[in-house]
Design a protein around this ligand. Structure first.
Ligand SMILES: [Zn+2]
Length: 97
């Protein structure tokens, strides 16, 4: 079902229900808020539809393979996305130059 030609989007996952929210989607602005703090790195708070809140930063966002439909909708449930192995991805797919 999931095809290698499907687009890749950076998203943050709710650790409880495993729904992911695409960072670049306008609807995510309603669920992902910048939280001011003393941390050196910007931190964000995700409020999931399941009511769980999760604080995260950019290091906790990962690329996922999703369908065009998901790109339009802005989120995906567990069976609707394919996590990319982030570490492996950057090592094996890196361009030589
Ligand atoms: Zn959730």
């Amino acid at each position: 079902m999931l095809s290698s030609t499907m687009p890749i989007r950076v998203a943050v996952m709710c650790e409880k229900c495993e729904r992911i929210y695409l960072l670049a989607h306008p609807d995510s602005a309603k669920r992902i808020q910048f939280t001011h703090g003393s941390d050196p790195h910007p931190r964000y708070r995700l409020t999931c539809i399941c009511k769980v809140e999760r604080d995260f930063d950019r290091a906790q966002t990962f690329p996922y393979r999703v369908s065009e439909h998901i790109c339009t909708r802005g989120y995906a449930d567990r069976e609707e996305y394919d996590p990319l192995p982030n570490q492996k991805f950057s090592v094996t797919r890196r361009n030589p130059q």
